[in-house]
Design a protein around this ligand. Structure first.
Ligand SMILES: *[C@@H]1O[C@H](CO)[C@@H](O)[C@H](O)[C@H]1NC(C)=O
Ligand SMILES: *[C@@H]1O[C@H](CO)[C@@H](O)[C@H](O)[C@H]1NC(C)=O
Ligand SMILES: *[C@@H]1O[C@H](CO)[C@@H](O)[C@H](O)[C@H]1NC(C)=O
Ligand SMILES: CC(=O)N[C@H]1CO[C@H](CO)[C@@H](O)[C@@H]1O
Length: 652
């Protein structure tokens, strides 16, 4: 999900697509007026939704006619606008468009659920060849080939299935969930290019659907998978314990959870690839889901008497929570997604983190980036706004209206497009926020979230608004409607059969990239559930405290590595070392580690590197500012569990 990232060094550069920014800003009232005119009668709404499902994406004819329709309406709308206050008009319109979303949810829910189950082996109708409990990312085998299982996608999908089962919505899911536990128990033990189960293999992002290792180049490791898998399994474990089935938890689930969370506790402070598999650095989504997993892991351990892990995991959870605060960009008011990578850092990564670490009992806590926190709302606005001018299909939408959103504005994968799952995530964060405001009977606007709330009430000021106030009522109605409008955007670009691909084309809205993306279906289902006001349940975010003082790092166990390379050089030329881990500066030629020429022509350096870890590296030459890399392939090494080791090689 996924620019295929075969990490050769120096990396090949992809030329970004040239873009012309077309920004057409129309007033809120005009855009709302369109909505009002369109959805003013139930009959109209019905026609529109039928039209959406029946639209033909090949010629885009329906869209042209829809925009033509808007054009004709403009003068009528302007007259309405003068007659109604902008706010009242918007609120009225929002209420109408929710009827359209009701119909979409009713039609799409069973399609999404069936689409999701079709992508799970061994019985799923689109997943031939997948072992029992294996989630395929998509049945697509070419352009792109997604017929693999990703630990992250599978865990997010199964979390939604486990939640459905626990809520009593579908009792037939039990065997399927047990299959997932079985498949993950096997996968953890599969040796792969990231290592064995004890040397980093748990960070391997994807496997074949036969449960064999995938051995081609890829952006590895990815450290969110073990955390997300733990969260899914812990949710199931807590339910089993409530059914007096602790025996099964202790015997079957706990060993898997413990391996994953020991990995998280040791490795959270090491770089890995982000959820889009493109940037190796620290990543907010990864940190946030790691924090959650460690906290609920501690609670589970206490429940079943596995107290040996409690102190260590709690310490690391505190450290992660401390580190999470450092991603905040106070100047522009958003949570930065990745610490490296040379992008703005404005990315769906952080909204995804917010919904997947939502704890309805934690209020609007900003330290854990709860959906209704001032930081998460501010960040959401910055994220949404970053797509207003770059996608053709967002043209003409008011500056405070819902738009199609993608992964991040600099995206060039398939030329960079809106994704179903990222647009659903915006809606879901807002539905989650509404759940908490309703439960607490008030809503607080701070200087940090002011710009977000001004989208709905331009005159709003910071303060707490009780549910009895008209400002609260107005805001909640407008935000609910705003959330619905994001769902309506996805509805508009959902084809007649209700299938959800990965993306839809930025200028026409035609579905694009992998068909039947399992994660797209899961994202629809969780957004729809949040829209109904259903939550499950707390993971313990309520009482956590950010440690005072400087954040503690955690390098995990290290060993001493001495690198000796025989290299003849000219005067003024020097040899450096860089590689795929933090200790070797993450492939950065600028920060590469200098070797000593004391034993010339052998150049040497000794570095502390993580124990029990596979990594890649190369030597580079620097001469008069020019960098020369060794030839491919990257060199590889597996480090021992303790002690020290030497690497003796010649420049190539
Ligand atoms: C506990 O759960 C497992 C997994 O679903 C099941 O196989 C087992 O029968 C359950 N045991 C009891 C006593 O309910
Ligand atoms: C490790 O943690 C320290 C302290 O929070 C932080 O400064 C550093 O950026 C972290 N590095 C990674 C890769 O997580
Ligand atoms: C590598 O070289 C060092 C010093 O040049 C030497 O002491 C060591 O034995 C060598 N190690 C191996 C495995 O060849
Ligand atoms: C296990 C659990 O937390 N179940 C809850 C899921 O959510 C519903 C509705 O919010 C509650 O009624 C359940 O108790």
């Amino acid at each position: 999900m996924r620019r295929q990232s075969s990490m050769k060094h120096p990396p090949s550069k992809t030329a970004p697509r040239a873009r012309t920014a077309h920004l057409i800003i129309v007033g809120c009232a005009v855009a709302c007026g369109w909505g009002l005119a369109l959805f003013s009668t139930p009959q109209n709404a019905h026609q529109i939704i039928e039209g959406l499902f029946a639209s033909n994406y090949k010629d885009g004819a329906w869209q042209r006619s829809l925009f033509g329709f808007f054009g004709h309406l403009t003068s009528r709308i302007k007259m309405r606008v003068t007659a109604l206050s902008a706010l009242g008009l918007c609120a009225g319109v929002f209420a109408q468009s929710s009827a359209v979303v009701d119909q979409y949810v009713a039609k799409e829910s069973p399609i999404a659920k069936a689409g999701l189950l079709a992508n799970i082996g061994s019985k799923g109708s689109r997943s031939a060849g997948a072992k029992a409990g294996v989630v395929i990312a998509s049945p697509s085998t070419v352009d792109p080939d997604y017929l693999y299982t990703w630990t992250r996608d599978a865990a997010l999908v199964y979390k939604s299935i486990i939640d459905q089962y626990i809520r009593g919505e579908d009792n037939t899911l039990r065997a399927n969930i047990d299959d997932y536990v079985g498949a993950q128990t096997i996968l953890q033990q599969v040796s792969n290019p990231s290592g064995t189960v004890l040397t980093g293999g748990l960070g391997e992002p994807k496997f074949k659907i036969s449960l064999d290792a995938f051995t081609d180049g890829w952006g590895r490791p990815q450290r969110d998978g073990p955390a997300l898998r733990s969260t899914a399994l812990i949710t199931y474990a807590n339910w089993l314990i409530a059914q007096s089935n602790s025996t099964h938890v202790v015997q079957k689930l706990w060993p898997v959870i413990k391996l994953d969370l020991d990995y998280v506790a040791n490795k959270w402070n090491s770089s890995g690839f982000d959820l889009w598999e493109e940037i190796s650095s620290a990543s907010y989504f990864t940190s946030a889901v790691q924090h959650r997993a460690l906290r609920e892991g501690v609670t589970l351990a206490q429940k079943i008497g596995q107290t040996g892990v409690v102190a260590g995991w709690t310490t690391q959870a505190d450290n992660v929570l401390c580190f999470m605060q450092s991603y905040w960009n106070p100047t522009r008011g958003f949570m930065t997604s990745n610490t490296l990578g040379g992008r703005s850092g404005i990315d769906a990564n952080t909204a995804l983190a917010s919904i997947h670490t939502f704890d309805p009992e934690a209020g609007c806590d900003a330290a854990t980036f709860q959906p209704c926190s001032d930081k998460a709302l501010s960040s959401l606005k910055v994220y949404v706004d970053s797509f207003r001018s770059i996608y053709g299909i967002n043209k003409g939408i008011a500056a405070n209206g819902a738009v199609a959103t993608g992964r991040y504005s600099e995206d060039v994968y398939y030329n960079g497009n809106p994704w179903y799952l990222t647009t659903f995530v915006v809606a879901e964060q807002l539905y989650d926020a509404l759940i908490v405001w309703k439960a607490q009977g008030s809503l607080t606007v701070t200087s940090t979230s002011l710009a977000f709330f001004k989208q709905f009430v331009p005159s709003i000021t910071a303060g707490t608004y009780a549910s009895t106030s008209s400002t609260y009522t107005t805001l909640v109605a407008a935000i609910r409607a705003h959330a619905d409008d994001f769902v309506a955007i996805n509805a508009k670009y959902t084809p007649a059969d209700g299938s959800l691909a990965e993306q839809y084309t930025r200028d026409t809205g035609a579905p694009l990239s992998a068909k039947h993306l399992t994660w797209s279906y899961a994202s629809a289902l969780t957004a729809f559930t949040a829209r109904k006001g259903i939550t499950n349940g707390s993971w313990g975010a309520k009482n956590v405290k950010v440690p005072a003082g400087q954040c503690q790092s955690n390098q995990g166990p290290v060993v001493k590595a001495t690198f000796n390379v025989v290299a003849t050089t000219v005067f003024g030329e020097n040899i450096f070392l860089t590689g795929s881990i933090d200790a070797l500066k993450n492939w950065s030629p600028d920060n590469a580690i200098a070797l000593s020429a004391a034993g010339y022509p052998t150049w040497s350096v000794t570095v502390d590197v993580p124990a029990s870890t596979n990594f890649e590296y190369k030597f580079i030459r620097k001469f008069n500012g020019a960098v020369t890399w060794e030839s491919d392939p990257n060199r590889q090494v597996a480090t021992p569990a303790s002690g020290s080791f030497n690497v003796n090689v010649s420049w190539r």
